[in-house]
Write a new protein. Structure first.
Length: 463
């Protein structure tokens, strides 16, 4: 992305537009930036729906032959092209060799997930032996908390952000009750300051310092699903552990989105789904992490045969030879049909690095922010004109690729008009759209088309 070296985004857009003889908001600028994008070839690794294939699209207002504007990878990533090939291989193997598929072929079913854990570890900044691919996110969260949440009469609280993702909130509630405590006393919820929409890092650290002696587990998301705020995971981990707390993260919106260093930061445990930025398909195989420092000390509360050492697992002697670390938390064999799409996606990630993807992401999301602010900043001279407030932090270091846009008008009709025009994004009533330009497959032109289409949607929704 050489046009950006040594310049701010705004300076770059002005330089490029001046050289092209057009406005910084022109589509020509987006095309130019795409032509200089060293990651643009990765888009070809995915299947991008045509507008005509999207159920809500209306071909009377939009050209159905065009690719849709897909900005909802924060909810469901696109399908990697290799997914079908890998699935067909396993279906064919099942048909032809049946039970022998457990030990034969390019991905033997009995240890298929083990073959891609090194790729997953690269994405989350971990050692391969610190990562396990298994279950779904909430199942993994429960398994981890059963071992890491060991409350006492004086240290029984779990700290999490207020309005955490519902499944995290429910899991924490149930873990507290399971140990004989009450959520009203043991759930410590941190809210933004009055009039603010995101948490300040200093407030998180201050609360940990103040309440740390009574906190058993600090359990935050890596990226907050609603606001898109990227938490300072290193600082939170250090602060929590200094007070004697275990620190874990739900990285569902962080894995594949931002650069993670779970091992280097010393995070105690983490879990994540893989169907958002990691493109494994709805309900895809989830991931779990336990730092190697807990390899021998932290044991699973629940046992299953997949936690048994692979070398002797099939001897069936009912004498557990527990795998160390997170591998011992496995319960059952993983569905091979879920391994396939995750492998297809992780192999695309392996063609670059999270550092390089993050660099593009900062530019791509910054470009979206620039255009939104240009067209939709509140104007006192035009009080009736719809405006947008971005609730995601403006500091690029405190966000991933998602921007949460809060509209001054009810959002449902605007959202419907966007869908009619081939835009896939995400609505949170009454007023928020979550928009995520994913660096792996989105382009600057996608962002420009979205902002252009948004203008038409707003105009149509007001009629």
């Amino acid at each position: 992305m050489d046009p950006f070296v040594g310049f701010t985004l705004r300076e770059t857009l002005e330089r490029v537009s001046a050289s092209l003889g057009c406005s910084p908001t022109s589509a020509e600028v987006a095309s130019y930036l795409d032509s200089r994008d060293t990651l643009r070839h990765l888009r070809e690794e995915f299947l991008l729906p045509r507008i005509s294939d999207l159920p809500p699209s209306d071909l009377s207002v939009v050209d159905g032959t065009k690719e849709c504007i897909y900005l909802v990878g924060n909810s469901l990533g696109l399908q990697p092209k290799l997914t079908r090939k890998y699935l067909d291989e396993e279906l064919d193997k099942w048909a032809k060799m049946a039970i022998h598929g457990h030990t034969e072929g390019s991905r033997p079913w009995a240890w298929a997930e083990n073959n891609i854990e090194d790729l997953m570890a690269n994405v989350v900044g971990a050692k391969p032996e610190e990562v396990a691919l298994m279950n779904g996110l909430t199942v993994n969260l429960h398994l981890l908390m059963l071992s890491f949440y060991q409350p006492t009469a004086t240290r029984h609280k779990i700290l999490l952000e207020d309005k955490a993702f519902p499944s995290d909130h429910y899991a924490v509630e149930s873990q507290i009750r399971l140990r004989g405590f009450e959520p009203q006393q043991s759930m410590l919820l941190l809210s933004p300051r009055p009039g603010e929409e995101t948490l300040r890092t200093e407030d998180i650290l201050e609360l940990i310092e103040k309440e740390g002696d009574s906190i058993a587990v600090v359990m935050f998301s890596g990226v907050q699903y609603y606001t898109g705020q990227l938490f300072d995971m290193a600082a939170i981990t250090e602060a929590g552990q200094r007070k004697g707390c275990y620190v874990g993260f739900d990285c569902a919106h962080a894995a594949g989105n931002v650069e993670l260093k779970l091992h280097e930061w010393g995070v105690d445990f983490a879990c994540w789904c893989t169907y958002k930025y990691l493109n494994s398909g709805a309900g895809g195989l989830a991931g779990a992490f336990i730092h190697e420092k807990h390899r021998d000390a932290i044991k699973p509360a629940l046992l299953g045969w997949w936690g048994h050492d692979l070398k002797t697992r099939f001897q069936m002697n009912n004498v557990m030879e527990l795998q160390p670390g997170v591998s011992g938390f496995r319960l059952s064999n993983q569905p091979i049909l879920l391994v396939c799409p995750l492998q297809a996606s992780l192999q695309v990630f392996n063609k670059t690095s999270m550092q390089v993807l993050r660099r593009k992401s900062l530019l791509l999301t910054g470009y979206l922010e620039y255009l939104i602010q240009h067209y939709y900043t509140e104007d006192p001279r035009q009080p009736s004109k719809p405006h947008i407030h971005i609730i995601t932090p403006s500091d690029p270091k405190q966000r991933g690729c998602q921007l949460s846009l809060s509209f001054s008008v009810p959002i449902r009709k605007v959202f419907q008009e966007l869908e009619r025009r081939g835009v896939a994004c995400d609505m949170r009533e009454p007023s928020v759209l979550r928009v995520a330009p994913v660096p792996l497959y989105n382009s600057f032109t996608d962002v420009h088309r979205f902002v252009e289409t948004l203008g038409r949607a707003l105009a149509a929704s007001s009629q």
